[in-house]
Ligand binder design. Structure first.
Ligand code: SF4
Length: 466
């Protein structure tokens, strides 16, 4: 994917380590790809929950901690944010920290609550005051207003009221909560670092901090960790699984275990299946770096066509103002990518990308590959056409902006200016992860979402009664 869609968020939690906040920051570094807009950590020493949040990359957070000192405590939660719900401002950066009748409570959330608007509206009518524009704050309000004295029950019952996708880490003075929605839409795994417990959106965070993967947090599970040990509670029955298949296609790092399976292995299989379904007569296979290289390797392996690095990506380009004209967009692509003429000149090239969203960037990239001397360009996409929005936390443009919503494959080929264009089928994509058969969300490809409400024409975002 050439920079047309942004990841959602990443969460981490550590319980039982003398440098919990430092470990949290390291884990956030590993998950930086899931959100670059802001990051934060909350930590408890058993008496107080403290919070630090910064806009920008995790490095800014660690610089702040180096200057002001590590947050003290044996437990911490952390978050990297990309703004899927709510605007871009420090007030929307997570974790959020509130003080309510049971003491301080911090939360970090990955996902998107489809009934957050309705919940918020109901609570605002009752006089609740919200500080941020993020949907996550609704969870804290539900916990704060719950009548039970037992905070475990208040958190469990509150999570049972929200719909959509959520992986949450919550921190009170004396315990940590780890919850996952009943359909398990986003990944969340549990690991061990000596005697400490670690949870993270992706297991690549475990590798960096030296933790060992234990298991996934179960869909519908609320894990409570405190000095007595761990307790697993049920938020709701998990009658249907709907893991986001886009995590394998693009979002997650290939070195992560996602939904208990190697992302690298499944992404290679996507490339192999693509070569089976959409073969091409060509001299070289290249991937759009970095996210498509693994699928390109799979395509190369299956087709027998040599894989080469034909495009280099500049990793140091930050946010840059680019004017929205075609010339401006092409300049942006040039800032990020550079073709290698020695690999491309006079060659018939298979260019593998993981998905097409608006298509404007890929179009500019194809033109660059042509100008570098490729004699033919065969674009192969290791997922099906993205025709529908995501309601579960991915920042897709509206349907009218999605290229595949508005054009046939042949029209897209002409628009990209390439010799052929081939997409992986939905069945082909789903079958590459046979171990999880029948357990995927494919909403943005198929238009069929796991929440029935979203399949109705009016897309009624209901709220449960408070
Ligand atoms: S709609 Fe697409 S991106 Fe969103 S959760 Fe489903 S598969 Fe993932």
């Amino acid at each position: 994917m050439v920079d047309e869609i942004s990841e959602e968020c990443g969460v981490i939690g550590i319980w039982g380590h003398e440098h919990a906040s430092r470990i949290a920051a390291m884990g956030l570094f590993a998950m930086q790809h899931r959100g670059q807009e802001a990051s934060g950590i909350a930590a408890t020493d058993g008496r107080e929950v403290r919070l630090v949040r910064q806009m920008g990359l995790v490095a800014r957070l660690t610089e702040y901690c180096a200057e002001h000192g590590e947050l003290p405590g044996h437990a911490a939660i952390g978050h990297v944010r990309y703004s899927t719900a709510g605007g871009s401002a420090l007030i929307n950066a997570q974790p959020f920290l509130i003080r309510h009748k049971r003491g301080p409570l911090a939360i970090g959330h990955n996902g998107n609550l489809i009934n957050a608007k309705a919940l918020r509206h109901q609570m605002e009518e009752m006089g609740h005051i919200f500080q941020s524009t993020s949907d996550t704050e609704a969870i804290l309000h539900l916990v704060a207003r719950h009548p039970s004295e037992d905070i475990d029950e208040a958190v469990r019952a509150s999570l049972a009221k929200v719909h959509g996708s959520y992986c949450v880490v919550m921190l009170a003075k004396d315990r940590m909560f780890v919850g996952r929605d009943p359909m398990g839409i986003r990944p969340l795994c549990l690991g061990r670092l000596e005697k400490a417990w670690v949870v993270a959106s992706e297991s690549c965070a475990f590798d960096l901090v030296g933790a060992t993967y234990v298991r996934d947090i179960e869909p519908g599970e609320l894990l409570v960790i405190d000095e007595k040990g761990t307790r697993s509670l049920r938020i709701a029955e998990s009658t249907k699984r709907a893991h986001c298949i886009f995590e394998f296609v693009y979002f997650s790092r290939p070195d992560s275990l996602i939904f208990g399976h190697s992302c690298d292995k499944i992404r290679r299989r996507l490339g192999k299946q693509l070569a089976t379904e959409c073969p091409a007569e060509a001299d070289v296979v290249i991937g759009v770096p970095d996210s498509s290289n693994t699928a390109a390797l799979g395509f190369s392996h299956k087709s027998g066509i040599r894989f080469e690095i034909g495009l280099l990506r500049n990793h140091y380009v930050g946010r840059t103002f680019i004017d929205p004209t075609q010339a401006g967009r092409e300049y942006k692509v040039k800032l990020k990518f550079n073709p290698i003429p020695g690999v491309l000149k006079g060659r018939r090239v298979v260019l593998v990308d993981d998905s097409i969203v608006r298509g404007t960037t890929l179009r500019s990239l194809c033109r660059m590959v042509r100008e570098a001397g490729a004699s033919e360009i065969h674009v192969r996409i290791s997922s099906p056409p993205v025709r529908h929005p995501c309601f579960y936390g991915m920042d897709f443009p509206t349907e009218t902006e999605l290229l595949a919503s508005n054009m046939s494959v042949e029209d897209m080929r002409k628009y990209l200016g390439v010799d052929s264009l081939g997409y992986l089928s939905i069945d082909g994509m789903v079958n590459t992860a046979r171990e999880l058969e029948g357990q995927f969300c494919t909403g943005c490809f198929s238009g069929c979402y796991p929440d029935e409400e979203l399949n109705k024409p009016e897309r009624n975002q209901t709220a449960l009664p408070l």
